[in-house]
Design a protein around this ligand. Structure first.
Ligand SMILES: C[S@@+](CC[C@H](N)C(=O)[O-])C[C@H]1O[C@@H](n2cnc3c(N)ncnc32)[C@H](O)[C@@H]1O
Length: 212
């Protein structure tokens, strides 16, 4: 029973004294928004280009953002934004632009319904393979939560590189479950500057910086 599981998980956070995460889950539950996990098979995706859907929003992502002194001069894109879990968290911060890129139109539709239920109106979403989303010059923050295999990541990092050549600027990359950390540090000028832990997903979150 998915509802019973949600209630059980939310109560587990309360019992562990994690009131803020409990409140976030309560808000998800009472707003009737859909951030439920979906496997690559359920989504009909090809494992060559894509990973599953799960969301990384909530207090653990907030801890990362709280450390970064986000201002209205910042803009962020979430590569593989799914149903909008991380974007909902980004919307609590004063970014001047918040965007999601998602391969599956049906997940974008769900994300847009979620934003409506939460009265979030400052997030835009594009249906696209992340590797084809090259309009990056407006952004200085890039977010990834384990969205796709290495070959797609290589192309996206290349696109970020090209944008930086066109428009030199300081950049930050936030990477939850940094499975291709080697690629980020080896093939680009990014350096890891901070490390966090997502206690609900049991993943590390790395923050990287790059100056032009
Ligand atoms: C693990 S989920 C992350 C969701 C969201 N970023 C978050 O943190 O809440 C990965 C998402 O990437 C999407 N995805 C997978 N391959 C993709 C690709 N090649 N281009 C764009 N999106 C992709 C999946 O459909 C899924 O919604």
């Amino acid at each position: 029973m998915p509802i019973l599981n949600d209630v059980k998980n939310a109560l587990a956070f309360l019992c562990r004294g994690e009131l803020k995460e409990f409140m976030f889950r309560l808000r998800v539950y009472t707003s009737k928004i859909d951030l439920r996990y979906a496997s690559v098979d359920e989504l009909g995706l090809s494992a060559d280009r894509s990973h599953h859907y799960a969301h990384s929003g909530g207090v653990y992502l907030e801890k990362v953002l709280n450390s970064l002194n986000i201002t209205a001069g910042d803009a962020i894109v979430d590569f593989g934004s799914g149903k909008g879990g991380a974007l909902i968290t980004f919307a609590k911060y004063p970014f001047n632009k918040i965007s999601g890129v998602e391969l599956l139109p049906e997940l974008v539709t769900i994300a847009e319904q979620n934003f409506k239920k939460l009265n979030i109106s400052n997030v835009t979403m594009t249906v696209s393979d992340a590797a084809d989303f090259t309009d990056l010059d407006a952004y200085n923050y890039f977010y990834f939560y384990s969205p796709f295999p290495r070959s797609v990541m290589v192309d996206v990092i290349h696109n970020i590189e090209s944008s930086l050549q066109k428009k030199p600027r300081p950049l930050r990359l936030i990477y939850c479950n940094p499975e291709f950390h080697d690629l980020i540090e080896k093939d680009s000028g990014f350096h890891k500057t901070a490390e966090f832990y997502h206690h609900q997903l049991h993943h590390l979150i790395y923050v990287y910086s790059r100056t032009p």
